[in-house]
Ligand binder design. Sequence first.
Ligand code: AGP
Length: 607
Amino acid sequence: MGYSIDILINGLKRLEYRGYDSAGLAVMNSKGVLNAYKETGRVANLEAKIADKDTTGSIGIAHTRWATHGVPNEVNAHPHTSQSGRLAIVHNGIIENYAVIKARLSKMGYIFKSETDTEVLVQLIEYYQKEQCDDLTEAVRLALKQVIGAYAIVVMDRDRADMLVVAKKSSPLVVGVGEDNKEFFIASDATPIVEYTRNMVYLNDGEIATVKIGENIKVATLDNKEVCHDVKHVEMNIGCLEKDEYEHFMIKEIYEQPQSIRECMRGRLLIDKKEIVLSAVRDYKEELLGAERFIVVSCGTSWHAGLIGKQLIETYCGIPVTVEYASEFRYRNPVINKGDVVIAVSQSGETADTLAAIQLAKERGAFVFGIVNSVGSSIARATDTGTYIHVGPEIGVASTKAFTGQVTVFVMLALALGREKGTISDEDYKAMVTELAVIPDKMEKAMKTDGIIKDLAKIYTYAHNFLYLGRGFNYPVALEGALKLKEISYIHAEGYPAAEMKHGPIALVDEKMPVVCIATHHKLYQKILSNIQEVKARNGKILAIVTEGDVDVKRVADYVIEVPQTINSLVPLLSVIPLQFLAYHVAVLKGLNVDRPRNLAKSVTVE
Ligand code: AGP
């Protein structure tokens, strides 16, 4: 057995992209003493702190914290240790009834160092270990039975240096299994451990597992019913986890899009036969073709992709689609009828709100289809079927290649369903398939806008507000462009359907207001041209995204960026690219942390 410290630090670095404010680890030293080290800020700070410490044990736990209870400081950082120092815990999630438990334990003499809910849990486990059962798994089980909330936990016991106890409810957790059970790696997703093993066991909610060197993992429910899990083999392109020659993951991921879209379509778009084949549509024909309505549930960028999906499905399949914020859907009393199919869209596959929306939909009897990137993630497993977007791990917090992947899956889904239903003509279907096949080449051409936008970004760095306007398929692109800018440059930006502007936002327009208009050629071209003229008449500064060879918008706009011509419903795959570049370059010029913007987490696993 080797030292665990290098693997722990490497794992924390791999997970840095998820967003965090402090980091910590607990390891045994060569004398069998359990020590916890913590630091605010970067993992590098923690690394410096432990440089001269004895961290040579073969077992350890580590964590990057995104503050929920208590400010981000060293004391509140994980791991938390129990009163006696025997136990250490890392925890992702929220213990909702921690205050009641804390009050009870305080009365019994337990002293708390931090403001966190997590410290309460480790103290409760120690209480059960002392009072009822020395066995760690049993003590964890007894404690978790008292807990309301969400958790993925790993608990370490100084007196049992050959084992860890893990448990999960509503927060992601995966156990990587080394050869002959000689090593185990536990993480919230496969990314930090896939370089050590590709064999994974995914726990379900309400399960607790004992991970012991030399033995098979023992999994049981909180009611102590034994559970058997298959070991799943996970494929992942580790190259995606490195920045290579790029300065940031975001710019790398923007440039990866032509290739990631090819991967997304591989084996699904059969160009020789001019056919789209999706296994989910083939295997669940009855459920999907019988849908009377689709309800898309998602958040953020995935919600924007859902808005494009709505237009695609309604256009090519004639089935009504509603698009819901998962966070709102889960707490409403949504009408879900027999015959409704819910489509859950998520890059990470771990978004707590989307997961809860799926659970609600399933409780109400809906069939759930997933459009997910992370293979084996909680959402992928919770859905009845689905189509992976297969664009490779996305590390930059600002989603780019996942968005175009999600839109591509929606295009393929709409075409496959429309074909089966006979709601798309043979001619239109073949034209769409042919054009979709060349979209990656056209994306490559759109990448050439990078240089011009980099120059233009200088003009916009000092703006305080932006307006993004689009119509039809470009309206969600306007929303997405505005979200990208907000997330990484901290400039306020609003996306709006261009024609709605005159019902309010036009009051904001003056010579200081940059207005980004997505005005590619389609049937609403003349209409958006009029909208642009309305902005111009109020001295707004217009940056227009247009189709190659455009004449009319060029006469009015201050700056024009051209993207290749394509079929209207595929335009978002091209028109979003300059907007991704714009957000990126403005943020870089402002000297901001593009890949890890303040306050944001890559996977929002808390509600
Ligand atoms: C996108 O740039 C954002 N970071 C965010 O809006 C994200 O799309 C949202 O949190 C949903 O995440 P998911 O796709 O992983 O579910």
